[in-house]
Design a protein around this ligand. Sequence first.
Ligand code: CP3
Length: 364
Amino acid sequence: MSNRRPKVQCRATPVHLHRMKIENDLILRAARGEQTERVPVWVMRQAGRILAEYRATRAQAGSFINLLKNPDLACEVTIQPVDILGVDAAILFSDILVIPEAMGLPYRMDEGKGPSFENTIQTAADVDRLSTEHVLENLTYVFDAISAIKRNLHNRVPLIGFAGAPWTIFCYMVEGRGSKTFSASRAMLSANPELAHRLLRKITDATIAYLNQQINSGCNMVQLFDSWAGILNKDTYNTFALPYIQEICEAVNTVPMTVFAKGAFFSLEEMGALPCRTLGIDWHTSPEFARKAAGPDKTLQGNLDPAVLYGNDEFIVKETKRMLEAFGPQRYIANLGHGVYPDINHEKLKLFIQTVQAYQFNRS
Ligand code: CP3
């Protein structure tokens, strides 16, 4: 199994040679479907407000956007969870909304209110004004952060890069802010599907260039976040979201890819056919259902309900072990079913991580 893929990878840039020497590569091996001696674990939003050290660095930067645009500080907060929590991977500190900004649609991040855009996309002229030409130039700060992280992480664990999936980015561009229903975005799918496809096309092109440049800069694995998958139905998801994800998987193929489509249990079978290594599973979806729907060739990642971490230690350990038994020892990367909530005591998150890392399966 292990000699099947790396051939192409080994011959590429020195960065790829670099990748061969990662000390703890459990996550990469699990993603490729290779045997792992224990289940690896990382946590969505591990680099964030849950850590006092993050809050201090963010205060030093002055704002969230200043923080992610400063490669040295972004590097610092990316590595914090590796040192403090002991996770098996680092994830680039950035945001999915850097792509709209790089295409000409800047965003704000207001404390307690989340992201917002002053201008949104409503018409063909709005789509035409978006530019994919300078996306990589405009995102130099991300690639500089990746280089700094690679230098300072010393290949202890893999570095995960990421982007928003086209449908989720589309939602923010059309709506201009978070929403419970994203009804303006769904309205465009019904009222002007052709315009919707034109916008999705542009986002997809930018995302492919962006992810490949993250990999060139040193990311060892990438994840697509389709956070708003669950507000579509099977038909609309398969029409407006999956074909673009498929294209991204095909075009970004030199490192393992994870597709995390939150709430899209209805399309898990179709996702089983995507040319990606790993599927992220949310906490609404049972491990048994996910294994069956995704088929034997996918590694699964997830899916503890983040709210379990509000429970006492005994409860956290019990639920974590239940999750591990349900997914099984191989083709599996432990994680939460969505990002960790910022008011969770980080010792509780550490307990989750250590329970995974110490777990021995009873193989009779
Ligand atoms: O540790 C990590 O996971 C890496 C960093 C990361 C962030 N955002 C940092 C962040 C990642 C991978 C993301 C992805 C992201 N951003 C998603 C997809 C994942 C998901 O949650 O579904 C989405 C939808 C966004 C957009 C976004 N960014 C929202 C809606 C918000 C506000 C909500 C919130 O948690 O405050 C953000 C802000 C954000 N992105 C923070 C962090 C650490 C909090 C900012 C702060 O106050 O410091």
